[in-house]
Design a protein around this ligand. Structure first.
Ligand SMILES: Nc1nc2c(ncn2[C@@H]2O[C@H](COP(=O)(O)OP(=O)(O)OP(=O)(O)O)[C@@H](O)[C@H]2O)c(=O)[nH]1
Ligand SMILES: [Mg+2]
Ligand SMILES: [Zn+2]
Length: 292
């Protein structure tokens, strides 16, 4: 039987096979081959009469992410917040760069707009060429626009813990009762309320994944590509890339660099470029065999 893994928890894979759910273990060969089935994977399963079964084959993936651990995503919804827990723009840029590398579209969604309005950052992502939204799970602001943007797609919601990923999903579909946690004002961060990745279906056929929030230690993860590939993961750099004086220009501090000139002229945002430089330095540290 063929199905889609909609939940992975404690070594069990919950596979939606159209007719019902099969609760599976993965075959041992996956461990040997170092393939880990992911939520979103299309798989072939053998099902027993009692509803248990095994995942036999993971069908070819369109894309895959490690954090959040999902596969076959059409659209990454990067949720950010200007209120506590304030999102570091570097986190947005890192995850967006990963999506760009994998040919996956991104939407940037500034939640908690009822509390804080990070208008400059909102502008930054609009101008960089991303669909960017101002929303509030609390008041419902922006929910219709978000609904329209994700319609009919398989979407994964990601962002730092406490920004309101689960709250937004609850607001999109009033029948959802995903667990929501408060944020620690003292520590300025969320409490990692969502612990596993799970796919849910909205009434209009859209599929959404709720995922655990990032914590700050993941900042040093990098994008996992060669340093010279990273420039292509910043879409607003594209018009300038072949105008630098030196072939192989790193766009970090080179002379007559068209990207740096665009930065000085205000065409490229300082925070976006700073993230690029930080990711570039990280990418240089990754050995070739560690790249994806
Ligand atoms: N004022 C306001 N509060 C919000 C909004 N969205 C979420 N919250 C609150 O923010 C807190 C965290 O929300 P969650 O939905 O649990 O956040 P999360 O991103 O799912 O967090 P993790 O599961 O830990 O990654 C809760 O107390 C929510 O009520 C919003 O738009 N406005
Ligand atoms: Mg959550
Ligand atoms: Zn350059």
């Amino acid at each position: 039987m063929e199905g889609i893994i909609f939940k992975s928890l404690s070594g069990f894979y919950y596979v939606d096979c159209g007719g019902g759910t099969v609760t599976c273990r993965a075959r041992g060969k996956f461990r040997h081959e170092k393939v880990k089935p992911l939520v979103g994977d299309r798989v072939e399963v053998t099902a027993r009469a009692d509803g248990s079964g095994t995942v036999d084959v993971v069908l070819p993936r369109k894309n895959e992410f490690q954090r959040p651990a999902v596969a076959n995503i059409d659209l990454l919804v990067v949720v950010a917040s200007g209120a506590i827990p304030i999102t570091d723009p570097f986190l947005i840029d890192r995850v967006v760069a990963m999506a760009e590398r994998r040919g996956c579209e991104s939407v940037i969604c500034f939640n908690k707009w009822d509390l804080e309005q990070p208008a400059d950052l909102y502008e930054t992502y609009c101008r960089a060429g991303f669909p960017t939204l101002r929303v509030s799970a609390e008041t419902g602001e922006g929910m219709e626009e978000l609904s329209r943007l994700i319609a009919g797609k398989v979407c994964a919601f990601t962002g730092n813990s406490g920004v309101g990923k689960s709250s937004i999903l609850n607001a999109l579909e009033p029948t959802f009762q995903l667990q929501v946690g408060d944020v620690s004002e003292k520590l300025g961060r969320g409490r990692h309320t969502t612990r596993h990745v799970e796919l849910f279906r909205l009434k209009n056929g859209t599929v959404v994944a709720d995922t655990p929030g990032f914590s700050s230690f993941e900042e040093e993860d990098g994008v996992g590509c060669a340093p010279e590939e990273l420039q292509y993961a910043f879409r607003e750099f594209a018009p300038y890339l072949d105008r630098c004086r030196f072939v192989g220009c790193a766009h970090v501090k080179e002379k007559d660099c068209a990207v740096l000139e665009a930065l000085a002229a205000g065409e490229i945002s300082p925070t976006r470029h700073a993230s690029y430089v930080r990711l570039y330095e990280q990418a240089k540290e990754v050995p070739e065999w560690g790249r994806k």
